[in-house]
Ligand binder design. Structure first.
Ligand code: 5GP
Length: 213
């Protein structure tokens, strides 16, 4: 096991990890991110920009930056959006500047994004850690989406249809986890991040340091 105080001297080790979490709506991405934080995993959840209407209880600039389509397109044109996608009629995007600043200062960042959003991010950040969450079954996904009570029957149907396409993209991700139990899934992600921190690419030059050269 590489000693933290030694490996932290290496630039790539000090850089924060970028995690792209995808999976069908209702699979539990938000709940997993909360569970990771509660378990003490040091992660910052990137706040996205969306043109979707806020749901009851959602707060502007906290849950999302709720913006008009015009504003979203302006941000796209000026390059302020790192990745974006249109999902069930609404635009979603990740602001670029906060992510780049957090990674540079060594903070790990988790993005909760659509499949194309993760794939676009990996093109720009090839060492991003992509994780796909699968539901235990399609009937369980429908149950979770319905029980959440945040979407109309129409929207649930749209999201279930989209889920078929999304599940078929799972193999494009570095890791796949079936989200049966929130705490178990959070534990697996915690272990993945631990292992990723110790990849040899993150410790370039460590041999010379150890050998005193
Ligand atoms: P919801 O409307 O349920 O909040 O989100 C719908 C979908 O949009 C979810 O699958 C979520 O992962 C995705 N999403 C949220 N923020 C972003 C983003 O910034 N970029 C992309 N590409 N997808 C996002």
């Amino acid at each position: 096991m590489i000693n933290e105080s030694v490996s932290s001297k290496f630039v790539n080790f000090k850089k924060g990890l970028l995690i792209c979490l995808s999976g069908p709506s209702g699979v539990g991405k938000g709940t997993i991110i909360e569970a990771l934080k509660l378990a003490g995993t040091p992660l910052t959840h990137s706040i996205s920009i969306t043109t979707r209407q806020p749901r009851p209880g959602e707060i502007d600039n906290v849950s999302y930056y709720f913006r008009s389509r015009e504003h979203f397109h302006e941000l796209l044109e000026t390059g302020e959006i790192l990745e974006h996608d249109e999902y069930c009629g609404n635009l979603y995007g990740t602001p670029r500047a906060p992510i780049e600043a957090l990674l540079a200062e060594g903070t790990d960042v988790i993005m909760d994004v659509t499949v194309p959003g993760s794939l676009e991010t990996i093109v720009n950040f090839p060492d991003a850690i992509s994780i796909f969450l699968l539901p235990p079954s399609f009937s369980e996904l429908r149950r979770r989406l319905t029980n959440r009570g945040t979407e109309s029957a129409d929207v649930i149907e749209q999201r279930m249809k989209k889920a078929i396409y999304e599940v078929r993209q799972a193999a494009k991700f570095k890791y796949i986890i079936v989200n049966e139990d929130v705490n178990q899934t959070a534990k697996v992600i915690h272990h993945i991040l631990d292992a990723e921190r110790h990849r040899s690419e993150r410790c370039i030059g460590i041999e010379d340091y150890i050998l005193g050269r």
